[in-house]
Ligand binder design. Structure first.
Ligand code: NAD
Length: 568
């Protein structure tokens, strides 16, 4: 890969303020979001164009990055730019309400849809791994996943404990872009977190940004501090500089059974995501270059031990769940390990009931770069939904404890739900977006706000090892749904729409889509927001109703979602 682009060095993050480089705010938003994804404060390895999640990239090469910026700068209000695996490949006249940018990343035809073929094409510069929000320019750093992690653990605590994690120990691995949210999400739920991480720089980064409290090389020391915190019922987090598989085996030897065990190492990618035991990071990186087959083998050996240790801890009483990195699938597929799926994934265990209601993590960024704009949106969301105590608790905790990275932004979970007085039949997400658009129009917010979301959402993913694991009607692998979701987002007028393969769980294991809407205060933005934030969560409701989930059928009836052939 060539040296980083001069332009990127000059930007070092998204441009801010109200002066435009592009012809309109929608193109400008795309330019700022791409640069925000590659802000050194936001991305894990921006010099390699890597944003997060193993090798999830924002552009295919530095030349492609330069070319995308050049296209965006003079893209007209009635044109659409096409980006194929991180490279701009076409530009057409469309119309004003159409998306300005359409993105497809990492997609392969079924029979060839695997890492081996992907890596061959990648080595020839013909494809790029877009992860989820890396290649769709919607990543906002660890602050993006923190609420999802917080919500998942809060739901776990409601189901398994007394509503929070006070006095409970959560053991996990991986302190990367997403996994780095775990210690803070545990302490926000009042628990104690011990997280294994092989790369000391990653632990330091989480400590510097307030996501983790302390670090150590010594497992015994970590356990002592954790026990102390449990005795005092104080929240506490520690990053342990050790391989996650080794940590879990040491816990078993010492007969230390945590309350919860999970993992967010990048196990979805055997070669470029997961580190084998017995190597320093540098030695493993050398082995990967020199002998990728041996690396793959060693990596799978460690993963197998890792899964066995999770299963043994589960047997001894820990609550175990997979945190969306496909570690079970890797071991089941490559080592014929039938028991690997004996612990559940986090979606069926904790998230699906929310998906049935069209609820999912949705996020917004202030293009001004001014944190005050986000604080105004915080006020607006709390005023719109005064009955949501949990939302209030989240916004207050986020204001206190979550540092902004790159463009100031916020995440929260809102859904469909058009019921109640004064909603005028609008969904929660649409009501929020329309209110923000008004604040921009009135000049109370300095510059447009972009609303976007993770690909992990109610109606936008087919991922049998994660979001659609164990669907009631067996349709885990049906990818028509995310494709319909992306097409509908275009029809409804989203400003950027993307479809990717392989996010979270690796190539061949998932198809998913996302959207962006730029709220610039105009009537056009209001029309788009009303349509997109109805249809997008609406696909979550219909997808789950179609699969036979009662909550989704109820939501459809209560909120008036039209489902042809609904005979129930
Ligand atoms: P990342 O690549 O930025 O970080 C992974 C971290 O794991 C790195 O710091 C690496 O050093 C560490 N690591 C790798 N192997 C290890 C081992 N054996 N022991 C200890 N540390 C090890 O990735 P990320 O963005 O943090 O994502 C992590 C995983 O979670 C990915 O598989 C991703 O697809 C998945 N993910 C889950 C969700 C979710 O909602 N649950 C969301 C996004 C991503």
């Amino acid at each position: 890969r060539s040296a980083p682009s001069e332009q990127w060095r000059e930007y070092r993050g998204a441009p801010t303020g109200t002066d435009l480089e592009c012809e309109g705010w929608r193109q400008e938003a795309a330019l700022r979001l791409l640069n925000n994804n590659l802000d050194p404060e936001v991305a894990e390895n921006p010099e390699e164009l890597v944003v997060y999640g193993g090798t999830g990239r924002a552009a295919r090469s530095w030349d492609a990055y330069d070319a995308i910026l050049e296209q965006l700068r003079d893209l007209a209000d009635d044109e659409t730019l096409l980006v194929q695996s991180g490279k701009p490949v076409g530009r057409f006249e469309t119309h004003e309400r159409a998306p300005r940018v359409l993105i497809a990343n990492s997609n392969l035809v079924g029979k060839w849809d695997n890492w081996r073929h992907f890596h061959e094409l990648e080595a020839e510069g013909k494809i790029m791994y877009g992860q989820m929000t890396a290649g769709s320019w919607a990543y906002i750093g660890t602050q993006g996943i923190i609420q999802g992690t917080f919500e998942t653990l809060a739901e776990l605590a409601r189901q398994q404990f007394d509503g929070d994690l006070a006095g409970r120990v959560v053991v996990t691995g991986g302190l990367g872009g997403m996994g780095g949210a775990q210690p803070l999400a545990v302490t926000m739920n009042r628990g104690v977190c011990i997280a294994a991480e092989v790369d000391e720089d990653r632990i330091d980064r989480r400590i510097e940004t307030g996501y983790c409290e302390e670090k150590t090389d010594d497992v015994e020391e970590a356990l002592d501090r954790a026990r102390e915190a449990v005795r005092a019922a104080e929240p506490y987090s520690v990053g342990v500089h050790v391989n996650a598989a080794d940590l879990l085996e040491e816990l078993l030897e010492r007969d230390f059974v945590p309350d919860v065990v999970t993992d967010q190492t990048s196990a979805h990618d055997v070669l470029e995501g997961y580190y084998p035991s017995g190597y320093t990071v540098e030695a493993a990186d050398r082995l990967r270059e020199e002998d990728p087959d041996t690396y793959r083998n060693e990596s799978l050996d460690t993963m197998e031990r890792h899964v066995d240790a999770i299963l043994e801890l589960q047997k001894r009483g820990a609550v175990a769940f997979e945190y969306g990195n496909n570690i079970r699938g890797q071991v089941a597929e490559h080592r014929n390990h039938e028991a690997a799926f004996d612990f559940p994934g986090f979606v069926p265990a904790y998230i699906r009931p929310q998906f049935c209601r069209g609820k999912g993590p949705f996020r917004w960024l202030a293009l001004s770069g001014d944190p005050e704009d986000i604080y105004r949106t915080d006020e607006a969301v709390l005023k719109l939904f005064p009955e949501k105590d949990h939302l209030r608790r989240w916004i207050e905790l986020a204001q206190e404890q979550v540092q902004f990275q790159g463009l100031p932004s916020r995440v929260c979970w809102l859904g469909y739900n058009t019921e109640g007085e004064g909603t005028e039949g609008l969904t929660e997400r649409a009501r929020f977006a329309l209110r923000i658009n008004e604040l921009v129009a009135d000049g109370e917010i300095a510059a447009p706000i972009v609303v976007t979301r993770d690909h992990l959402d109610a109606g936008s993913v087919a991922s049998p090892y994660r979001e659609t694991e164990d669907m009631k009607d067996g349709t885990d692998a049906v990818a028509d749904w995310p494709i319909l979701n992306a097409l509908l987002n275009c029809a409804a007028g989203a400003d950027i729409v993307s479809v990717h393969d392989g996010g979270g769980v690796g190539i061949g294991n998932a198809i998913h889509a996302n959207n962006h809407v730029v709220l610039d205060g105009s009537d056009l933005a209001a029309k788009k927001a009303r349509a997109v934030f109805t249809t997008d969560p609406g696909t979550g409701v219909i997808r789950h109703a179609d699969a036979g989930y009662e909550e989704a059928i109820t939501e459809a009836r209560e909120s008036g979602v039209e489902i042809p052939m609904d005979e129930r």
